[in-house]
Design a protein around this ligand. Structure first.
Ligand SMILES: Cc1cc2nc3c(=O)[nH]c(=O)nc-3n(C[C@H](O)[C@H](O)[C@H](O)COP(=O)(O)OP(=O)(O)OC[C@H]3O[C@@H](n4cnc5c(N)ncnc54)[C@H](O)[C@@H]3O)c2cc1C
Length: 412
């Protein structure tokens, strides 16, 4: 399939959006500045239903997974098309997305498309990209976050009746959206006697399987999008293994690079923006204050640099280059802008940021979510390590555990 001309394609997208999403984006009125949403389970379900209806229509119209290769269920378009689509979407009242939708369509669907057997791909990729099925990410554990390869959730060969599966035991944590997910992309240790990166295998585990218990975690923002997931004797058929036995680290790495690229991109609105702060300064009559003007100019420059960085990552992807360390730069810059945006809003609001039910409260939702964004998908410090080692060529961190079998490592 040849790549369509961008301007013509955009016109078609605009026409499709106008026909599908009746309302244009609202202007004025209270703004949604939340980085992560704080909803009751019932509201979360309604939100998911709305966004799924839209995502299904989008998938059926050929706009589902724009950058994924055609043979993997996508539209096979360069990343610039995804940015253009997001730009067009902003003019319409498209239902707001959630982490679970992004994890399903942006991480688990593409990971399965890349590593799944033909049977797995046939069964799951379309339904995941269309959001008929929702999937969460079961990677982090209490003892394995930044050092994800140290994970201890175990999967052993099932020697029961059929003997063609696995039995998983362990605990996952910070699993966004797990309560609403049909499946989870699970990383489990299948060989403890080889170095930590080599003994991991990925599985697609049904979240309704016997032995899975999901407990919500209350966040400081009030919401409970996170969960702890406990696995006790969970049976997983071998047909749900993703990639070869012991190849889970490759699956994890690919999934994390999708996550960093998505985090750094400008395709989905996350929290307040420079324009929102500018409007706030104007509404408070502070936009003429020389100090505020300087702060606004600083934030504007950083916002423009953020977009330029995201554009560079998108162009590299369009040229067929893997996201690599550039995605880390993009994610770091995006987290920094998000944090600074909130800080300037608080400077302007003063005490109203803490005790207010109107504009001040909207900004509180931004403030309470922004720190989470600096952790999710790899912390700021980890992005800096990647940049230091792979962009600046600085000496690598000492890795005393490099050739040591996982079972021989000391664990807290
Ligand atoms: C909003 C949000 C959503 C998330 N969703 C999911 C999800 O759906 N599924 C999932 O599996 N996980 C999820 N996570 C978990 C996330 O991946 C981890 O929080 C993250 O990888 C950090 O791990 P940790 O919290 O265990 O912190 P740690 O790894 O314990 O780090 C603690 C501190 O030490 C620093 N640090 C650690 N190692 C180094 C090092 N080598 N060099 C320098 N500094 C270091 C870190 O930067 C951090 O400041 C989510 C997290 C957030 C905040």
């Amino acid at each position: 399939m040849s790549t369509p001309e961008l301007a013509t394609w955009r016109t078609e997208v605009r026409r499709w959006l106008a026909a599908t999403v009746a309302a244009p984006a609202a202007t004025g009125g209270p703004r949604d500045l939340a980085v992560f949403r704080n909803l009751s389970d019932a509201d979360e379900r309604t939100l998911l239903d709305n966004v799924r209806a839209y995502r299904r229509a989008r998938y059926d119209a050929g706009y589902g997974a724009l950058t994924l290769p055609v043979e993997q269920g996508g539209a096979g378009l360069p990343a610039l098309f995804a940015a253009a689509f997001a730009d067009e979407e902003r003019a319409f009242a498209v239902p707001p997305s959630t982490e679970l939708i992004s994890v399903t369509t942006g991480l688990v669907g593409p990971a399965l498309a890349m590593f799944g057997t033909p049977a797995l791909r046939e069964r799951f990729v379309g339904p995941l990209l269309r959001t008929d099925l929702l999937a969460c990410q079961l990677f982090s554990e209490p003892g394995a976050g930044s050092d994800l390869a140290a994970l201890s959730c175990r999967a052993v060969r099932d020697t029961g009746d059929t003997g063609d599966g696995w039995v998983a035991d362990g605990q996952k944590v910070w699993s966004s959206g797990a309560r609403f997910a049909d499946y989870g992309l699970l990383l489990a240790r299948t060989d403890p006697d080889v170095p930590k990166h080599a003994g991991i295998t990925a599985f697609l585990v049904p979240m309704g399987a016997a032995g899975i218990e999901i407990r919500p975690i209350r966040q400081m923002s009030g919401g409970t999008s996170f969960n702890e997931v406990f696995l006790t004797g969970v049976r997983i058929p071998d047909s749900l293994r993703v990639g070869a036995v012991g190849n889970g680290w490759r699956v994890a790495n690919a999934t994390l690079s999708f996550e960093r690229t998505a985090s750094g991109s400008v395709t989905r609105r996350k929290g307040g923006t420079f324009d929102d702060v500018l409007e706030l300064a104007r509404s408070l009559g502070r936009a003429g204050d020389p100090v505020v003007r300087q702060q606004l100019a600083d934030l504007h420059i950083r916002t423009v640099l953020r977009a330029a960085t995201a554009g560079r990552v998108a162009r590299a992807a369009a040229a067929g280059m893997p996201p690599g360390p550039a995605a880390s730069v993009g994610k770091l810059v995006a987290s920094d802008v998000l944090t600074r945006t909130g800080e300037l809003a608080v400077d302007l609001l003063g005490g109203r940021a803490a005790a207010d039910t109107g504009e001040g409260f909207a900004w509180t939702e931004h403030l309470l979510g922004a720190p989470g964004y600096r952790l999710a998908g790899g912390t700021d410090q980890i992005q800096r390590n990647i940049i230091g080692e792979r962009v600046l060529g600085l000496p690598a961190e000492p890795r005393a555990d490099k050739d040591v079998p996982w079972s021989g490592l000391s664990r807290s």
